[in-house]
Design a protein around this ligand. Sequence first.
Ligand code: AMP
Length: 206
Amino acid sequence: MLLIGPPGAGKGTQAERLSEAFDVPAVSTGDIFRFNVKNDTELGLQVKAFMDAGAYVPDSLTNAIVSDRLKKPDATEGFLLDGYPRTQEQVLELDRLLEADGTALDAVVLIVADTEEVVARLLKRAAEQGRADDTADVIRHRLAVYEEQTAPLIDIYSSRGLVVTVDGLGAVDEVTGRILEVLAARGLTVPVAAVPVTSGDAASAS
Ligand code: AMP
């Protein structure tokens, strides 16, 4: 499964919930990059400037990270990708990876959110977490890059009949409920006991 949506739509939060519900790992390229930057790894040094500027990390680096991660044993039964693919080249790479594994995507969850709302959420997160890429200027740039590079992927996956669209506005639980509902309508169900019931804050965004 993939989660697509603009920065601030709540992908990270929902990815954690869905990972729990479906018992598959949530793989966030943004988290992997941030971990490496924080730990001063070689990868971290390579990606830091791109991230700080709100630009995309080059496809070659990003694709290699995802290819490695999806080979880990916990991803053999399924996975949820949060924030990947973001470019057409990444779509092609993911297609290759899945085909090589003889597997295919079940669904692409598109979380839609109003621009003013996501900017407000990201500024709130900036105040709370101090992320280097959450300043007003960088946020605007990240939204522009999303529109230019990532929004077109929605058409690609729509033409494959994979996209389910969910309104990202509202409480975290509500949004999770909406996603589980649209996935269930496609035959992707989770055991009732696995539906997360923890309460959350609609403003935690990623
Ligand atoms: P995120 O946490 O998903 O918003 O990602 C934070 C930043 O990491 C992005 O603004 C990019 O600089 C970088 N990044 C994460 N995922 C990707 C990707 N799939 N392709 C290129 N850059 C990415």
